[in-house]
Design a protein around this ligand. Sequence first.
Ligand SMILES: *Cc1c(COP(=O)(O)O)cnc(C)c1O
Length: 509
Amino acid sequence: MKNILYHSTRNNNDKLKASEAVLKGLADDGGLFVPEELPKLDISFDELKKLDYKGVAYEVMKLFLTDYTEEELKFCIEHAYDSKFDTEEIAPLVYADGAYYLELFHGKTIAFKDMALSILPYLMTTAARKNDLKEEIVILTATSGDTGKAALAGFADVPGTRIAVFYPKNGVSPVQEKQMVTQKGSNVKVIGITGNFDDAQTGVKKMFNDAALKAELKEKGFVFSSANSINIGRLVPQVVYYVYAYVTLLKNGKVTPEDSINVTVPTGNFGNILAAYYAKNLGVPIAKLICASNTNRVLYDFFTTGTYDKTKELNLSDGKFDAERKFTLTGSPSMDILISSNLERLIYLSCGSDDKKDSSLMKDLNEKGSYTLDDNAKSFLKDFECGFADEIKTEDKIKKLYKDTGYIIDTHTAVAAAVYDDYKARTNDDTVTVIASTASPYKFAKTVMGAIDDANKSKDDFALIDELNRLSGVDIPQAIEDIRSAAVLHDTVCDKEDMVSEVKKFLNI
Ligand SMILES: *Cc1c(COP(=O)(O)O)cnc(C)c1O
């Protein structure tokens, strides 16, 4: 098997082993680690059909994480995808109204982040052992809601690690917040900031790039790492379920070996859809990757024009970026993002893996708030389709799907489903389509139930959870039962300027 090394999107020369990239999270130059080449499957789909989720996970992850031994990788996989998930399938496919919903929310925190964050602590502590790391790992994480809880659940009480999570105090759902602030564990800290997700993410990135702070930490026996979706150890486990979904469709006769599939992904930080793109490169016949945004449609604007602009919005009537881009809090908060970090990995590939080009575009983004791809790079993106759905469209989709089929989806998934409906109407493309279903409707019960019946809008989350249970017939997940009565253990709120001092306080330095 080919040994794969990693380097920054902004520097092709300094190469790291996979385990080193997992430990570091983000490259020192601010770039993201990418494999020096994208691997291909070395096993046939007929063979893959015989495997369960864990078996597929091994066949996919071994291609990316080549310095982990078979024993190490299998250990990580066995411990991650166990009874923490409420179904042995791990990622079931559910057919409803013309599309296959790939349910990625059967883990501990009922959002798709569990798919990667239940294995990341194992990948990281294994990497620490392999690389003789002396320092204690401090995970710093910015979250728009779901990453935080999934990372906390993954790292709580893992020896040799601590975790601090920053979230926008007024930018997550009540259930998301309650899930985080009730987190138990001797090594965990949850901090609300007065700002939005991008403020939290920028603050965390700054700490990662602060050489003086890192030196101070090292002296005290700590080293930062990231559980955010920029970590290659997050991305690689996500590739697995796209392979698994395709193989499941094959196995069940829903597609033939000659067919391609499309995938539609509700997108925020661009990690999930990038994983689908890596799966396509592995050899999964994915034709279109449909990138779905909510009202914060910076990615829609980007795929439509080739210009990424975090300050100005595309004016849909004149095709110019002449409106101020506003940050809107929506019912799909995990997609309320203006700076999509993982997009840089696609940008890098679109520039022909040219690190200088990538650096210069990212410099433009930093300094001018925008960058524009040249025609070559733009044509590289031809397999990506895009769309966006506002709040009304999203809620209409939840209601209609429920009325037509009885199947209830969460707000993020509904953004994708609405965008897929538009795509189908626009193109008449009837390729079998997988929609990434990224959260349990229970996690966003208020918006989901409000969409189904206006009268629900005045009721509180927990009353609606029982109502949702009645309507859907789906058992209330353990994650929800757990927080109903749990005590609040974290009440720190700080300004974005004070994130460093909060981290120091947490580490007692
Ligand atoms: C994180 C998240 C998303 C966005 O995924 P990205 O990988 O950041 O694009 C979508 N839906 C839910 C429920 C999420 O938690």
